[in-house]
Design a binder for this molecule. Structure first.
Ligand SMILES: Nc1ncnc2c1ncn2[C@@H]1O[C@H](COP(=O)(O)OP(=O)(O)OP(=O)(O)O)[C@@H](O)[C@H]1O
Ligand SMILES: [Mg+2]
Length: 679
């Protein structure tokens, strides 16, 4: 392969040769005889133009149209058509090639959905027409035929045949000789392919024209019309390689912001870009973060919810963070749906591609350990990265703030405001064994550390066995509901009310009602109505579906009591009292109480009641999240979360050795586990 300069030199040299040969054989530089015109202009000149200038890289169906029509017209105009079957065959052949090239152009239009067989046929037509219809083949036939017709194999025609042989040799000048003479392309920039179309100002699709070159994500190309020097053309990054039937397409992202908006037709591979074009790549953020590119912003994105076209070599997971640059701001999003399959049409072929949905968290605010929402959307087709921002984690949370976990596969902490957690009520939902009790215990321990009194209503006796030693020292045994006031007056912070499994629904609900009434009265007497959300006391209802059942699942008497509890809970916010409901049966727990819970921690859930309820809190695009949550992962939503949108997080691992039951506890059957209903 030669550089532009060498090709031009060869062209001029061959042209001079052609004129010389013409002078030798016809006595004039430009011959005028009818048959001579054909070999001179149609043969010689067109071969030179095609060989070195117009079709040096490849022949397009458009070139075939020009070549065939020029040749056929010239045969007609010079009156050669009637003179023999060979000229007639050439004209007919040209007409067929013209037709094939036209059909391949019409059938192969990109962007339009077309029948796949038609596409295949178009491809064959294109291959046949461009192989035979290229100027070197077509005009060589015309040239040799014309010379043969006019001069035959005589001595005088030797310069003409010689000219043809020389030009053919020059065109295929061996690479080795070019290398020795240093006339070839700059080393490391082989022609890779041609540009098919621009998809967006920065994104273009190209077709790879060589089968030899191995390509991978992150290769750098120069987009240019000719063999470029390292300062020419536009730099592009190959971000995707797409196999399309027997073709290889690449998606190229333009790396530089050069003003040049032209559309060069070819691209060349740069070997060792970090050495050869290091000065052009230095400081280029896209190049430096190329390993973090996950996709491009797709149409249909909204400020709060992005649709990302995921590159085919990238695998995203629910919960991970991605980031986009909006101007100079790094905005962070969390993947809520990692794989949605979609179809697009490239070059008339259907191509499957992956979309992901990512919800905006916002711009990281390291001071408040939270995200601030951002009001702008990244541009369509802009690059989306894995997180580029690193959180500064040494910021100290405020007194009532607790870090419950972190965002999956990142070090961004997720914090809760314990004050709001209590006074605005909270629910912990999830299937059996998902970790609800562990989370409740952690919240309880954090509350008592901050001097908020807690009463746990627990039938299984599990709390006593799992609490850490520090909390255990703070326990006040509430044996009957009459002792609630004693606990409130004591300096202990954790009141444990365990009731026997044999109690009826009415008795259990009555106990809860009494507890709520007692604490409300006590708080009102001691603190009065509070103007601000100051947490004074929290009532944890473990296995809440047993304590405050939904009316459909219980008797009228129990249901009346539960309604009373619901009213009390509604009233107690201003007294600084809150409840934390823990349940694996969303359907069975009182909805009038559950819907008062402003903050929800939800592990994976599958039942429709839970999913419907959660969709109301976080929007239906979150529904798929719950079936994709991994061990220890939850969705947190509500005022207690410092992040003002639903967020997927991974809870902190906590070790809780199981304390042995005492003989008395075993006897009373306090640890009886019941069968769980399947949902
Ligand atoms: N944060 C955590 N760190 C470490 N292990 C945990 C954590 N949360 C849960 N586990 C593990 O998962 C098990 C089940 O947790 P837990 O008892 O809290 O689930 P649950 O949802 O309350 O179940 P159930 O519905 O049966 O009451 C625990 O015994 C513990 O081994
Ligand atoms: Mg539990």
């Amino acid at each position: 392969m030669m550089t532009k300069g060498v090709r031009l030199a060869f062209f001029v040299f061959s042209l001079v040769l052609l004129l010389g040969v013409s002078y030798l054989t016809t006595g004039s530089l430009i011959p005028m005889g009818k048959s001579d015109i054909i070999w001179f202009s149609m043969g010689g000149l067109m071969i030179l133009l095609g060989s070195f200038l117009v079709e040096y890289f490849y022949t397009s169906p458009g070139d075939v149209l020009v070549n065939t029509s020029a040749l056929a017209l010239s045969i007609f105009l010079n009156g050669l058509f009637p003179t023999g079957w060979h000229w007639q065959s050439i004209v007919i052949g040209s007409a067929i090639l013209f037709l094939l090239a036209t059909l391949s152009i019409l059938l192969g239009e990109p962007y339009e959905e077309k029948n796949a067989t038609l596409q295949y046929v178009a491809r064959i037509f294109m291959k046949v027409s461009t192989k035979i219809g290229r100027s070197t083949v077509l005009f060589s036939i015309a040239f040799l035929l014309a010379v043969n017709t006019v001069y035959g194999f005589e001595k005088s025609s030797i310069p003409l045949y010689g000219f043809w042989v020389l030009v053919t040799l020059l065109r295929t000048f061996p690479k080795e000789i070019l290398d020795v003479l240093k006339l070839g392309q700059p080393s490391g920039t082989p022609l890779l392919g041609r540009v098919l179309f621009h998809h967006a100002p920065k994104v273009l699709f190209g077709e790879v024209l060589t089968e030899k070159e191995r390509l991978s994500f992150g290769d750098v190309v120069i987009i240019s019309n000719d063999y470029p020097s390292m300062d020419d053309g536009q730099l592009g990054l190959i971000i995707e390689i797409i196999s399309l039937r027997n073709r290889r397409l690449v998606r190229i992202y333009r790396l530089d912001d050069r003003e040049d908006q032209s559309t060069p037709a070819k691209f060349f591979k740069i070997k060792n870009p970090s050495e050869t074009v290091s000065d052009r790549l230095m400081g280029n953020l896209i190049w430096e973060n190329r390993d973090k590119i996950v996709g491009l912003l797709d149409k249909g994105s909204m400020i709060g919810l992005l649709k990302v076209e995921v590159l085919n070599h990238v695998e995203l997971e629910t919960g991970v963070l991605v980031e986009a640059k909006v101007g100079d701001t790094n905005v962070i999003y969390q993947v809520t749906n990692a794989t949605i399959w979609a179809e697009s049409i490239i070059e008339g072929n259907k191509v499957d591609y992956k979309l992901a949905e990512a919800q905006q968290l916002g711009v990281w605010d390291s001071k408040n350990l939270s995200f601030n929402s951002y009001g702008w959307l990244p541009e369509e087709n802009s690059l989306i990265f894995k997180t580029l921002t690193e959180p500064i984690t040494h910021a100290k949370p405020e007194k009532m703030v607790h870090i419950v976990g972190k965002i999956p596969k990142s070090s961004f902490p997720v914090c809760i405001d314990l004050q709001k957690l209590v006074v605005l009520h909270t629910a912990i939902l999830g299937t059996t064994g998902s970790g609800k009790t562990y989370l409740a215990l952690e919240l309880i321990e954090e509350l008592i550390k901050r001097n908020v009194k807690v009463i746990c209503v627990d039938r299984a006796g599990e709390y006593r066995r799992r609490l850490r030693d520090e909390a255990l020292d703070n326990i006040f045994e509430i044996e009957t509901t009459d002792q609630v006031t004693n606990f409130l007056q004591s300096d202990k912070l954790l009141g444990l009310y365990e009731f026997a499994a044999c109690q009826t629904d009415v008795d259990v609900a009555n106990s809860v009602a009494t507890i709520m009434e007692t604490v409300s009265r006590w708080c009102e007497d001691n603190h009065g109505v509070l103007d601000f959300n100051e947490a004074k006391l929290c009532v944890v209802l473990e296995e809440a579906h047993n304590l405050i059942p939904e009316y459909m699942f219980t008797t009228k008497d129990t249901s009346d009591i539960v309604n009373r509890v619901s009213r009390d809970i509604f009233q107690c916010r201003k007294l600084g009292i809150g409840v934390v409901l823990v349940t694996q049966r969303t359907a069975n727990v009182s909805k009038s109480i559950l819907t008062q819970c402003n903050t929800i921690f939800s592990f994976s859930v599958y039942d429709n009641t839970s999913l419907d309820l959660l969709a109301n809190y976080m929007g239906s695009h979150f529904t798929t999240v719950f079936s994709n949550l991994k061990k220890r992962q939850i969705v947190l939503v509500g005022s207690a979360s410092l992040i003002d949108r639903p967020v997927i997080l991974e809870l902190t691992e906590i070790k809780r050795p199981l304390r042995e039951l005492t003989a008395g506890e075993e006897e009373s059957g306090a640890n009886t586990q019941e069968e769980d209903l399947p949902f």
